[in-house]
Design a protein around this ligand. Structure first.
Ligand code: APR
Ligand code: PHB
Length: 390
């Protein structure tokens, strides 16, 4: 098989790039290890920057997002007995975010790929990128007994943190930066009315909590838990009780609880791999970088990679201009690191650390007191939360 761009990974990064390239007449193939049902069964975050939303519209995938997604112009931080609101709209020069689940967004991308007869190969096993430093790399994969080779100009590694792409870059070339936090988030999805129309991030001595939502009838809640905890350790009753303990009393009093329809624990990690290009392999999204979910930057960091890659590919194929591809890694990483900084800051601000000193806890309180006493600090938070420019 021959194509121009072989994309490894059918998550949001790979599908969005595939769709954008297709619309520009650039032939591409997506190789996904899992089935479509499996990919769509994963519950992930749900806060989109406008830059991401714009890209979805450009990819002709924004219709349902614009219809069903909710515009959020602010969120709350509960701390030290107070509930302070971050006015995103006011402090970001009129911007906001869209609350729309990543699962739904991925479904829209799959539907669009199907509508346009895009090639998305599911259940592709042993995907192996080859000859990455040659002008004609290839990717092999297995389906049942059959091994298929795809020859291409470029390979895109959009195969997430556990993918094969990053691992095919020699250790002498790749530098990895990592910070693992000593806790995870236990998340529950429930078919209940959300406790608040806007998100509530809560700092509490028992640990962080977050009230989020997918729609007016679907809530998503999280609590910080020790790394050793297992989902089985947490009954629904225990989850709701702990969540309510960590929220202001008036919030807990109006919380509607119900059976969980999904419950999972995600460890928190910050990770960046440099460079994001090796020969004709380009990494994008979670394959190159991970953030803790605290600042809702994960999916949005993938979006800027795709934006840069898409424009670089178009310049290459339409104008024989290689500058975008040459500059991709440096440009993408500059924004990636800013998202890392912001997610790290929000994580450090709002969580309880097992080995923290009383001094550290005083600093967290002071950081929050400063934030809500300073318009400059709120402006800084807001511009990062709605997304720095691409
Ligand atoms: N071969 C083929 N596909 C693979 C392989 C492989 N060896 N390894 C992983 N994949 C697939 C996974 O099954 C998954 O569907 O690659 C896809 C990667 O998708 P994601 O992990 O969702 O990563 P990405 O598309 O970059 O999405 C951005 O940012 O913070 C996050 O939650 C956010 O998942 C979102 C991500
Ligand atoms: C979510 O809704 O899943 C969510 C929202 C905001 C975050 C993280 C997760 O910061």
């Amino acid at each position: 098989m021959k194509t121009s761009v072989c994309i490894i990974g059918g998550g949001p990064s790979g599908l969005l790039l595939s769709q954008l390239l297709h619309l520009q007449g650039i032939h591409n193939v997506v190789l996904e290890r899992q089935s479509r049902e499996y990919v769509l069964g994963r519950i992930r975050a749900g806060v989109l920057e406008h830059g991401f939303a714009k890209l979805m519209r450009e990819a002709q995938c924004g219709e349902r997002m614009d219809r069903e997604g909710e515009i959020h112009e602010g969120f709350f931080i509960a701390h030290d007995g107070a509930m302070d609101r971050v006015d995103l709209h006011k402090y970001s020069g009129g911007s906001s975010v869209i609350v729309y689940g990543q699962t739904e967004l991925t479904r829209d991308l799959y539907d669009a790929r199907e509508r346009m007869n895009g090639t998305v190969i599911h259940n592709a096993e042993d995907v192996t990128p080859q000859d990455l430093t040659s002008p004609r790399p290839s990717v092999t994969y297995r389906r049942g007994d059959e091994t298929v080779r795809i020859e291409c100009d470029f390979v895109i590694g959009a195969d997430g943190f556990h993918g094969v792409s990053r691992k095919s870059i020699p250790k002498t070339v790749l530098k990895e930066y990592e910070k693992v936090y000593p806790f995870g988030w236990l998340g529950v999805l429930s078919r209940t009315k959300p406790v608040s129309p806007e998100l509530i991030y809560a700092r509490h001595e028992r640990g962080f909590a977050l009230c989020s939502l997918r729609s007016q009838v679907l809530s998503r809640y999280y609590i910080q838990v020790p790394l050793a905890d297992k989902v089985e350790d947490w009954s629904d009753e225990a989850f709701w009780a702990e969540l309510q303990r960590r929220l202001p009393a008036e919030v807990s009093a109006r919380m509607i609880t119900g059976p969980s329809i999904e419950k999972s624990i995600a460890p928190l990690r910050s990770f960046v791999a440099e460079p994001m290009r090796y020969g004709n392999l380009f990494l994008a999204g979670d394959a190159a970088h991970i953030v803790p979910p605290t600042g809702a930057r994960g999916l949005n960091s993938a979006a800027s990679d795709i934006y840069y890659l898409y424009h670089a590919m178009v310049a290459h194929y339409k104008r024989s201009d290689a500058s975008g591809l040459e500059g991709y890694s440096a440009k993408a990483l500059a924004r990636v690191w800013k998202a890392q900084r912001f997610s790290w800051w929000m994580t450090m601000l709002l969580h309880t650390f097992p080995d923290s000193l009383e001094y550290d806890r005083k600093l967290q309180q002071t950081d929050l007191a400063y934030l809500f006493s300073s318009e400059a600090a709120q402006r800084s938070l807001a511009e990062n939360y709605v997304g720095l420019p691409f």
